[in-house]
Design a protein around this ligand. Structure first.
Ligand SMILES: [Zn+2]
Length: 393
């Protein structure tokens, strides 16, 4: 009985400390009195927990605030440079590595293109290890300040067992990342790239985002991350949200996954590039240039319109299935993508839609400027610090 009580006390202390860290992360600095009011925990409890968090380096005392009678209250400040985290985003073409502090300020970064040699995952991880060592040396960051390294991967992921189950666009299956843990002196985490992006959107854009959202990551393929009731929904086999592979055209084109007519064959970035390259026969025209062309060329506009039809069809299906409050579109998209498709896309989704109107499901574009996936990777090791409960259901 006494043992149970002791465990409960310890759990409460950990929870209180997480709540204080999260509150100060959002507010940067507060008096102990205000922390007590905001979290509804007693002042002596705040004082003892803040003392421990100061000892661990997360907070410091930064002067005194205005008094409302009596002693002036002490201000406590969040120290974002108390810990750091690595995020690695692996796509078919590129690997990007960033180091951030707890404020998601990018301290340093490095990227390289995938070559045939890096197809071998062992070589790839060795290269990533070299880059992280070099970043730590250059920035003089001690290992004990590192929370870990998070990998954002384009495939289905069992995050608990560190297993990348299936990544058709990387042609990888059943890769156990536990085998790579020995390369790093800090904990390793993995997650699907769209799930990681959804984490980042819901955590970093905390104030604007409701607890139910679907992040649609448009890259070489399409990945989706589903947040329900503030948790990442992964389902029984941890494969939920593979909407990129829902059938949009029966007996359509053959997909890397083995099925036919998958949504990503018609609505991904690659799908749009394939379409305009066929028509205009210009292999060197990038997506940005093509999108600009749609402003003055009818043929180009027609291709874009057709593409938006497919994007809209998929989103309509997702809304019907999940009824999310927010849908956020992101991935590897040029800046003019949003400007040139947003109005038409919303029209196609909500016109003649007897189930939903624009107010009921907010469609927006990620404002993390292509960083959602890599910020989500950085957030994986930080989870233990910030999250009160496990975030996967
Ligand atoms: Zn598919």
């Amino acid at each position: 009985m006494n043992k149970l009580k002791a465990i409960d006390q310890e759990t409460i202390k950990v929870l209180n400390q997480k709540k204080i860290i999260q509150l100060l992360y959002r507010n940067k600095q507060m008096t102990k009195q205000d922390i007590s009011k905001a979290l509804q925990i007693s002042i002596p409890t705040v004082i003892s927990n803040v003392k421990e968090l100061i000892e661990q380096g997360f907070l410091d005392e930064a002067g005194v605030g205005e008094s409302s009678g009596g002693r002036k209250p002490t201000i406590v400040r969040f120290l974002p440079d108390s810990r750091y985290s690595f995020g690695v985003c692996i796509t078919k073409d590129q690997v990007r590595i960033i180091l951030t502090n707890l404020n998601f300020d990018i301290i340093d970064e490095s990227s390289f293109y995938m070559t045939e040699q890096s197809d071998n995952l062992k070589n790839l991880i060795s290269r990533i290890k070299e880059e992280t060592d070099s970043i730590l040396n250059t920035n003089d960051i001690p290992i004990d300040k590192l929370l870990g390294i998070g990998f954002s991967l384009p495939g289905t992921v069992d995050e608990k067992n560190l297993l990348l189950e299936n990544a058709p666009n990387l042609k990888l299956k059943n890769i156990n990342f536990k085998d790579f843990q020995c390369n790093f002196q800090f904990p390793l985490f993995i997650e699907n790239e769209a799930n990681a992006s959804a984490y980042a959107e819901s955590f970093i854009n905390f104030n604007g985002i409701i607890s139910s959202l679907v992040f649609i990551s448009i890259t070489e393929g399409i990945g989706t991350g589903v947040i329900i009731g503030d948790n990442l929904y992964k389902g029984h086999n941890k494969r939920a949200g593979e909407f990129g592979h829902m059938t949009i055209i029966k007996d359509g084109e053959r997909c890397n996954c083995g099925k036919r007519g998958c949504w990503e064959l018609y609505a991904s970035k690659k799908a749009l590039i394939n379409e305009y390259t066929k028509k205009f026969n210009k292999l060197d025209m990038n997506l940005n240039d093509f999108l600009e062309l749609t402003k003055r060329d009818l043929e180009a506009k027609k291709i874009l319109n057709n593409y938006i039809d497919y994007v809209a069809e998929g989103i309509k299906n997702i809304i019907l299935m999940l009824d999310p409050r927010n849908i956020i579109i992101g991935g590897e998209l040029p800046s003019n993508y949003k400007t040139l498709i947003e109005t038409d896309l919303k029209k196609k989704i909500f016109q003649e839609n007897s189930f939903y109107d624009e107010e009921e499901c907010k469609i927006s574009f990620s404002n993390l400027q292509g960083n959602a996936s890599v910020f989500g990777a950085v957030l994986l090791p930080m989870g233990k610090l910030f999250y009160l409960t496990e975030k996967v259901i």
